[in-house]
Design a protein around this ligand. Structure first.
Ligand code: 4NP
Length: 164
């Protein structure tokens, strides 16, 4: 059987703020270290409100100031990702519940992003869409704290993941 590449799927509600930013932060990390090369990174939204649209201009601008280039086009999360992704990371508990509604049984590869953060951070990556600009900065702070930990974990489990 062909071995699928390790893959990480970030999921938020609209796929125009938090998850595309998470994708960009993660892609910047995977490009920076040969150990992480080949990890596939993707993002999606549980809702289909913004399908085909670029990321929110406020998120694009905040990310650009930190060196991230958001090139995403919004798409909706699909059930098939549940079996094709190594790890699916919900930005908040509502996203997590919505993903699990599509799962027919246990889905141990679905996790909350904040599972990778210490308790100084909130459980949910807060939705910045209806807020002020500092909300976008806070999201990026959380993503930059969590993404390296996620990569460390999936690399440490690489052999067992591939033998499943
Ligand atoms: P995201 O933010 O889930 O981080 O992409 C949102 C974007 C759009 C909406 C809600 C959240 N909306 O209601 O349109």
């Amino acid at each position: 059987m062909a071995i699928e590449p390790l893959s990480v799927q970030f999921v938020c509600l609209g796929n125009i703020c938090r998850s595309p930013a998470a994708q960009a932060v993660m892609e910047s990390l995977t490009a920076s270290d040969p150990r992480w090369q080949g990890v596939v990174v993707d993002s999606a939204g549980t809702a289909g409100y913004h399908i085909g649209r670029a990321a929110d201009s406020r998120m694009i601008a905040a990310a650009k100031l930190r060196g991230y280039d958001l090139q995403s086009r919004a798409k909706q999360f699909e059930r098939r990702f549940l079996c094709s992704r190594t790890l699916i990371l919900a930005m908040d508990r509502e996203n997590y519940r919505d993903i699990m509604l599509l799962a027919t049984g246990a889905a141990p590869n679905v996790r909350l992003f904040s599972d990778y953060l210490d308790e100084s951070w909130p459980r949910d990556v807060p939705d910045p869409y209806y807020g002020e600009n500092d909300g976008f900065e806070y999201v990026l702070d959380m993503l930059e704290a969590g993404c390296p930990k996620i990569l460390e974990e999936i690399l440490s489990k690489k052999d067992s993941l591939h033998s499943q």
